[in-house]
Write a protein that binds this ligand. Sequence first.
Ligand code: ADP
Ligand code: MG
Length: 743
Amino acid sequence: MSDPGDRLSEPLGRVLGTRTAGGLAKLGLETVEDLLRHYPRRYGSPGEMTDIRSLVAGEHVTVMAQVRSAQVRSMRSRGGAMLEAVVTDGQDTLQLTFFAKRAGVLRMHESKLKPGRTGLFTGTVGEYRGRRQLTHPDYLIVGVDAADEDEAMLEASRPIPIYPAVAAVPTWRIGRSVRTVLDPLGEADVPDPIPAEIRGERGLPTLLEALRAVHLPRDDAEWRRGRDRLRFEEALVLQTALARRRAAREELAAVPRPAAGELVAALDERLPFPLTGSQRDVGETISRDLARSAPMLRLLQGDVGAGKTVVALRAMLQVVEAGGQAALLAPTEVLAAQHLRTLEQLLGSLAHGGMLGGDERGTRLALLTGSQGSKARRSALADAASGAAGIVVGTHALLGEGVQFADLGLVVVDEQHRFGVEQRDALRARGDHPPHMLVMTATPIPRTVAMTVFGDLETSLLTDKPAHRAEVTTHVVPADNEAWLARAWARVREEVDQGRRVYVVCPRIDADDEAEEDALASEPPEGELDLAAAAADRPPLASVTQTAALLAERPELAGVRIGSMHGRLTPEAKDAAMSAFASGEVPVLVSTTVIEVGVDVPQATMMLVLDADRFGISQLHQLRGRVGRSDLASLCLLVSRAEDGTVAKERLDALAATTDGFELAEKDVELRREGDVLGSAQSGGRNSLRLLRVVRDAPLIEETRTLARAIVDADPSLSENPALASALETWLGDEREEFLERG
Ligand code: ADP
Ligand code: MG
């Protein structure tokens, strides 16, 4: 006896023959299940013809049209015969041409292409004597395969599935293969990942019914019902994977670090400002998490400048007071060094516990980076290993081999929501007890994306901004408008004369720098296509070295010192550039996106981003967050060559219109293709979301998340839900599960 599901894993070659299977393999379809999961992209309806006028020469198309005429002619001049047919959408016409040695071969086509019949025609649009035509198109005539006229009528009224296809395998050949594969299958052959009870409650069709509905629908309502159920299944499988991951983590015992409160209170007293309401609320939530024995995994989102650092510091102090250590990871060495300075400043004497002049309640800080001198590194390593340092600041190198902690209780990951699964595993493997984790990001993630990508994380949000923040005004400046630019440089001068600082951001380091600097693993700009098109005749992108040289020549900036900053500088040089800028010694800093996140210079009041269309929305929002960090009104100029009507221009206009990070995040999702939101891993291949759309399907994602948690609570190993378990395994696959963590 065969197991249920065996027929689904059968190779297509065995069912359809090697020739057909070979074609389908080009689409990545290997097994019966692969083929059945290759859902139609859309449905043609025999009543709705393709608009022939919109066809573009050179494009590969599938056209729904009605045959007007078809005639075989012999060609006296060349010998052989040709068939000319004309099809129409009711208004315009398209010519179909077939050639053959003998007329007989063409009679077969002629007998199918009867005037009045409707068909789907696939081919590359060509032009001959000013008329558009398809040469040797592949085609399907609706209803010709029917046994009798009634059936033909019925078939002619059915929606026609149109599959994602390639030239070698047209959509109806896929359709025919699907039918061959689907017809003999019974319910027992197609195990259903959705538990029967859930299906019953919601009146959902079985998997087999749903597959029949999407591949062989009798009407539109039927394929919609099938598609909705398959979408529900996708959401449920995805959420079950996330729920299991969460359950597995809760199994691990972390060391509870309950709040004693004294150290945190001592910090609060020292702070030069009152905490905002949401800093306080989120702080309480985290404090409760840390007191539990289940390891915390919390995503803290807060727009740039929302004050995440203080929240993290209060959490770290709770752990320190409870006898543990905390590690703060920054994405770059510049930021690690800055964090150290910030923490030292906030803690004051609390940062010198056990030292002369220090507060005895306090602790000590250590900085560990990959490139520091060996002496500094040795002493930092010793302080981490002995526990003398309660807080260790560094980059991801902190989690590398060779760094020992006496008792690591909390890891805070700053500005890096893409914190990888390897790093988390490395952490888990370090000791018996996994540390609590707090991941902080200023890149706003719409709630539904967070639930899908970070489904196993709990999320918190800093909603209110610290008081006394001035607005940042943003304008889009056309790069070819010399008068505008001159005014911009004059404005830079005014800011500097008032004791303020100005950032000038460029996409490249120097003229030879082909690859853009991407030090912070930020997302690539969206809309690569329109960039490529625009790249052909646009001037080279602004670089740090050229721009710095150019500014030194500008009469408006005579006597103003101009610094440079980019990822290729040594850590010392970066540090020096940052401090000279922060102190005002060098008030203009020309930089790449290394200043994108976290850098905090309150006197910075102006930013120019050159070739701003080269950056994505969230990146620009991050960059802009470097100004407006005090009560001084600030200005951001996005200098760009993007033309009106392009997606790039629309992004910049969105930034000029609002400073609300969440509004921008939604806009970002809207302007990107869905695949880019979740990462390229999900845009194709076997292990992918096919029907689910994270923004549109938010209610479904929430609903299935609750269901999935209940399923996993009741049946952690999924032994009572074997079909769901195997869907998780085969359908998501290792690669995909890893992707879930990585975002
Ligand atoms: P981000 O969330 O972008 O990491 P930071 O933690 O760097 O923001 O905070 C930005 C600035 O706001 C810092 O200078 C910080 O000291 C200040 N800040 C934080 N919390 C408050 C508050 N409650 N009131 C006033 N200023 C605050
Ligand atoms: Mg920060």
